[in-house]
Design a protein around this ligand. Structure first.
Ligand code: ADP
Ligand code: TRP
Length: 325
């Protein structure tokens, strides 16, 4: 039996190369090997986005991005978090068996507050809703970056608290599947992130993308001199796109001297186009067909709900929250 894997993506802005190499390519790549569930975390996004039209648009954008990049909805189950409303019910019940101290220890919350975000209660209890997402589909594995590992450990803790409190065994205890992908550098060499304005977005026009790539920061080593590939932001991107033999050739060209950074940037742009041009066309096609996208999301929601509803029934029974006679 294939293991069940769940990935959640917040609809919080345009996706970029960091998101692609750091998360999405693994999510999409896993669809053949695992029973994959990929959902758009629109309830979570409410903790930071309070504009209905914007949230609706961002939610559809994530669906378009994944479908354009090769997510096959016949294989992976793609759904909107809010189409499985049982997650909010489970989140509440988990919150009643979870000590406040666990939330006080959440590093991601502290980071956000340190960056100046004024927290609402939703942001504070975000890990409980995330635990509900994971437990409600009984997922075994959750692929995440390092920053999210604590939330998966908290999920296992919360499942344990429920089991101990109600002397039962209703949840599958999940494990983090740590994504070892290297951090993708942005135009300025810092981590590529939408909050730093240093991104190369996946679905800009070719002209915009080229402009961004040509503006990647490099040092001022003259063309004729040897250059260090391992400290170069352009080389870091080349490595992600190119085959090993081509990477080795570029390494040699850097070290030999006589190569300008512009040549490497042009190659990154070509490779970007080779990788994403077809996806860009597919995305445009899908964007013109909102009914199809909506059908995919709704049927994904039904599949996920078919697992969530019986699980919630077990949770209600175990905790004495009886609905009906
Ligand atoms: P952003 O920093 O742009 O707000 P998110 O925090 O929303 O991005 O990240 C969503 C997913 O993409 C996470 O799984 C994260 O680990 C991955 N990711 C984001 N930026 C990068 C990057 N520069 N390198 C590798 N992975 C990244
Ligand atoms: N917190 C995750 C992030 O910021 C998104 C998320 C919400 C998630 N619920 C999840 C990820 C459940 C994995 C499983 O990237």
């Amino acid at each position: 039996m294939k293991k069940r894997v769940l990935s959640g993506v917040q609809p919080s802005g345009k996706l970029h190369l960091g998101n692609y190499f750091g998360a999405m390519s693994q999510h999409i790549g896993g669809q053949a090997d695992y029973e994959s569930y990929i959902f758009i975390a629109n309830y979570h996004a409410l903790t930071t986005i309070n504009d209905a039209e914007h949230l609706r648009q961002l939610t559809i954008d994530v669906a378009l991005d994944y479908l354009a990049l090769g997510l096959d909805p016949q294989q992976a189950c793609l759904y909107r978090q809010s189409d499985v409303p049982e997650v909010t019910e489970l989140s509440w019940i988990l919150s009643t068996v979870t000590g406040k101290g666990l939330m006080d220890r959440a590093v991601s919350y502290k980071d956000k507050v340190a960056k100046g975000l004024v927290p609402n209660m939703g942001l504070y209890t975000y890990p409980i809703l995330q635990a509900a997402d994971i437990l409600i589909v009984r997922s075994h594995l959750v692929p995440v970056g390092k920053d999210q590992v604590q939330h998966i450990e908290m999920t296992a803790d919360m499942a344990g608290y429920f089991h101990t409190t109600y002397k039962c065994d209703v949840f599958t205890i999940p494990e983090a599947m740590l994504n070892e992908a290297a951090v993708v550098p942005g135009l300025d060499g810092e981590k590529m992130s939408k909050s730093y304005g240093n991104t190369i977005d996946l679905f800009d026009t070719p002209k915009q993308t080229k402009k961004r790539i040509m503006s990647i920061k490099t040092d001022s080593t003259p063309v004729e001199d040897a250059k260090n590939p391992d400290t170069c932001n352009v080389f870091a991107l080349l490595r992600l796109f190119a085959e090993a033999t081509e990477v080795a050739e570029w390494r040699a060209r850097y070290q030999a001297g006589g190569m300008g950074y512009g040549d490497a940037k042009k190659r990154v742009h070509e490779l970007f186009e080779e990788r994403f041009a077809a996806a860009r066309d597919k995305r445009a096609e899908l964007a013109n067909d909102p009914d199809t996208v909506e059908d995919i999301l709704q049927s994904g929601g039904k599949r996920a709900r078919a697992i969530a509803q019986p699980l919630m029934e077990d949770v209600r029974k175990a905790s004495g929250v009886v609905t009906g006679r």
